[in-house]
Design a protein around this ligand. Structure first.
Ligand code: COD
Ligand code: ZN
Length: 370
């Protein structure tokens, strides 16, 4: 058992509390990882606010981390102590029908079929003050040591800087892949990206890498526009400055609506606005944000009848164990610069300040270092 620091979320709506926790050794098929760095993603904030009631408290959040394997359980062969790894909030078991389908990245061992607040054997490896603490998406990266199933670990290049590539565990890969894999943005096309957080700005980077000729960035926080332009946005608009609904503005700007639109906010109104902003005939709208559990959307079916495609994207469509290591290699080859998303680097003890920066719209990504 290792005693170390972790940020425990004891209850929804309360600040995290940095505590000493005990982390049990990995059981068969599990890997214990020393987390070196972790980003803060808005999904952690959604959970903290209590928007996903299926997450049980107390819990150790965090799902955008990178670290070094400390020890492995019986039967683990794909990683060994000392390997640099990214824990995967979307696993790749390699055996289920979705993993075997080349078109899909949604492993059936993810939370649709197996709750991820406990490890697959339905127990936790974390305790604090005598209480059992839940895992989060199996990765719980707000802990100095965490235990994850082997099929939720990606071994990466030993040269990778962990304080940078941690973003490839969620935000960057989610956004970049939504453009490249899910939408399959074509050279010369027009795109609109709703929401310019870490995820939305990564969509902008993906659209640019795919050769889009016009990338319209949409956010109510104009402080995000400078970074969006730096990353490839050609136009930036705040819906609050528009007299007409944003979908009408975008349709007028582009003639027939954009070829590809993306929602990276997680709100019903912006999901509908993004859908209505793409070309009524051939447009593709990709939903990246997620609504609070139990929410519903009502829409005019005419939006789809004329030919639009409405798609969802989880972790950018990447088959995680295969593709995250390749993305790390591309990062090292400087094929993209995800470092530009990191606005703050903080010691782990300042995790709550990191959340405050996110809530205030002052950060894109804060990276916490242990
Ligand atoms: N109109 C325009 N922009 C808005 C609006 C609005 N009505 N409301 C908020 N925004 C902007 C904010 O100003 C901010 O710039 C941006 O939207 C959101 O950015 P962040 O930094 O708060 O959030 P991200 O980028 O870390 O996360 C966005 C997600 C969509 C990923 C997240 O909120 C979410 O829905 N998560 C769950 C689903 C998911 O795909 N997760 C990825 C795997 S964890
Ligand atoms: Zn995330």
């Amino acid at each position: 058992v290792i005693r170390c620091r972790a940020a425990v979320a004891w209850a929804a709506g309360k600040p995290l509390s940095v505590e000493e926790v005990e982390v049990a050794p990995p059981k068969a098929g599990e890997v214990r990882i020393k987390i070196v760095a972790t980003g803060i993603c808005h999904t952690d904030e959604h959970v903290l606010k209590g928007c996903f009631p299926n997450v049980e408290f107390p819990v150790i959040l965090g799902h955008e981390g990178a670290g070094i394997v400390e020890s492995v359980g019986e039967g683990v062969t794909s990683v060994k102590p000392g390997d640099k790894v990214i824990p995967l909030c979307l696993p790749q078991c390699g055996e289920c029908s979705f993993c075997l389908n080349p078109e899909s990245n949604y492993c059936q061992k993810s939370h649709i079929s197996e709750p991820q607040h406990l490890l697959p054997d339905k127990t936790t490896r974390f305790t604090c003050k005598g209480k059992q603490i839940h895992h989060f998406l199996w990765v719980s990266t707000f802990a100095e040591y965490t235990v994850v199933p082997e099929y939720a670990v990606a071994k990466i290049d030993p040269a990778a800087p962990l304080d940078k590539v941690c973003l490839l565990g969620c935000g960057f890969s989610t956004g970049y892949g939504a453009a490249i894999n899910t939408a399959k943005v074509k050279p010369g096309s027009t795109c609109a990206v709703f929401g310019l957080g870490g995820v939305g700005l990564s969509v902008v980077m993906g659209c640019k890498a795919a050769g889009a000729s016009r990338i319209i960035a949409v956010d109510i926080n104009k402080d995000k526009f400078a970074k969006a332009k730096e990353l490839g946005a050609t136009d930036c608009i705040s819906p609050r400055d528009c007299k007409k609904p944003i979908q009408e503005v975008l349709t007028e700007m582009t003639g027939q609506g954009v070829d590809y639109s993306f929602e990276a906010i997680g709100r019903a109104e912006t999901m509908i606005a993004a859908l209505a902003s793409c070309n009524m005939n051939t447009g593709i709208c990709v939903m990246v944000g997620e609504l609070d559990s139990g929410s519903e959307i009502s829409l005019d079916p005419m939006l789809l009848l004329t030919g639009r495609t409405w798609k969802g994207s989880v972790l950018g469509g990447w088959k995680t164990r295969d593709c995250i290591p390749r993305l790390v290699s591309s990062y090292l080859e400087k094929k993209f610069n995800s470092d530009l998303l990191i606005t703050h680097t903080l010691p782990f003890a300042q995790v709550n300040e990191g959340f405050e920066l996110l809530r205030a719209g002052k950060s894109i990504r804060s990276v916490l270092l242990f």
